[in-house]
Design a protein around this ligand. Structure first.
Ligand code: IPM
Ligand code: MG
Length: 380
């Protein structure tokens, strides 16, 4: 465990990062549940999000980075991520004159702390009115630090980059004779190390939890270099796990097949962007935004979050469903080695869903975020 941050009493130090919008609401409900399981922890607030970008020009201030270096784990609410460029930022009153481009702090956090596994379990709890089909139980492993999220992007394209591309690309490349301000480039970077460690994590998980199959998601028939590398490494690693079936699928096709036959799938593993996309698809099949939970896991730190965004229009109304965040806390308990508590939280969630007495608006009810947190805590 990391060196203790303060002279605090708890066994664990947890950074508490509500962030923007409904991130605050759902973490408040999550805290009710964590208090009820008596986790021996200190929760230390950290500043993050759009508010701090507007105030300080940094959505992920250095003090929050320092905090994350010292804690055992973090719970993260949600972040407003706006694709603002400098010119557009000038039109936003809070941002005028800052000359900055807003970058998502969660993407930065994943890279800075090398949180290379994005683990997204998608389980359909019985009697959830939002289940697409019964008994769906999928687990997505998404690579979390590279691929199209590497941040190597050009718009406009500088002459030096254009010259290299002109030399390397096919004569019929559509951008070949265009001036640099007439096209943009986002580079997909996949390293052997990055592919290996996410693929291995998926197979190790399958082995540990007795899962039967790992499906490798890619588009190697078109994106040959990067996805080809991912698929080749998958085949190498699969040989070390003979008891687990490996199959692979193109990302477009898997979107159809997952909807058609979700029960044919078990563990899915994908490069960053495809993982982002298929994990939303899988989350929707088990109830949508209120149910998709996520663990960003590295060797030293793990940050747990609901997969949904900050939903600014619902901010502070305590209306949204906190179950995604509570299930993220369950993942955190497991990761800390407190899986007895983790199992209890999941059972409590499952019971509340099954009873159907307390339901937030997305589930067709009118209970508040905190009432849902309290109902789950009461089962513990
Ligand atoms: C997610 C989100 C983020 C991502 C956004 C908010 C930057 O969609 O965690 O899936 O693209 O990774
Ligand atoms: Mg996403």
């Amino acid at each position: 465990m990391n060196e203790k941050l303060y002279q605090t009493k708890g066994k664990y130090q947890i950074a508490w990062l509500p962030g923007d919008g409904v991130g605050v609401d759902v973490l408040d409900a999550t805290k009710i549940v964590l208090d009820k399981v008596n986790l021996d922890a200190d929760y230390i607030h950290g500043d993050i999000g759009w508010e701090f970008w507007c105030k300080e020009g940094d959505s992920f201030p250095a003090r929050t980075i320092e905090l994350l270096k010292k804690v055992d784990a973090a719970m993260f609410g949600a972040i407003t991520s706006k694709p603002v460029k400098t010119a557009e930022a000038e039109l936003v009153p809070e941002l005028k004159g800052k000359g900055l481009i807003y970058r998502s702090p969660i993407v930065r956090m994943r890279q800075l702390f090398d949180l290379y596994i994005c683990l997204r379990p998608c389980k359909g709890y019985p009697h959830n009115p939002l289940n697409f089909k019964e008994n769906i139980d999928l687990v997505v492993f998404r690579e979390n630090t590279e691929d199209l999220y590497a941040g190597v992007e050009f718009n406009p394209v500088p002459a030096s980059v254009a010259a290299v591309l002109a030399q390397e690309s096919k004569p019929f490349a559509p951008f070949k004779d265009l001036p640099g301000d007439q096209y943009a480039i986002s580079i997909k970077v996949n390293t052997r190390k990055g592919c290996e460690r996410i693929l291995r994590a998926a197979f190790e998980f399958a082995r540990k939890f007795g899962r039967k199959k790992v499906t490798v998601v890619h588009k190697a028939n078109v994106v040959r270099a990067t996805d080809g590398l991912f698929l080749d490494i998958a085949k190498e690693i699969a040989r070390e796990y003979p008891e687990i079936q490996m199959d692979d699928a193109n990302v477009d096709a898997i979107c159809m097949w997952l909807l058609k036959n979700p029960h044919n799938y078990d563990v899915l593993v994908a490069p960053n962007l495809y993982g982002d996309i298929i994990s939303d698809l899988c989350a929707q099949m088990v109830g949508g935004l209120g149910f998709g939970c996520s663990g960003n896991i590295g060797e030293k730190l793990a940050v747990f979050e609901p997969s949904h965004g900050s939903a600014p229009k619902y901010a502070g109304q305590y209306k949204v469903n906190p179950i995604a965040s509570i299930l993220a806390a369950k993942m955190m308990l497991d990761w800390l080695g407190e899986s007895v508590k983790g199992v209890a939280v999941e059972k409590a969630v499952s019971e509340v869903i099954k009873e159907g007495k307390v339901r937030t608006y997305d589930m067709g009810g009118s209970n508040t975020t905190l009432e849902m947190g309290e109902a789950i805590a009461e089962k513990l």
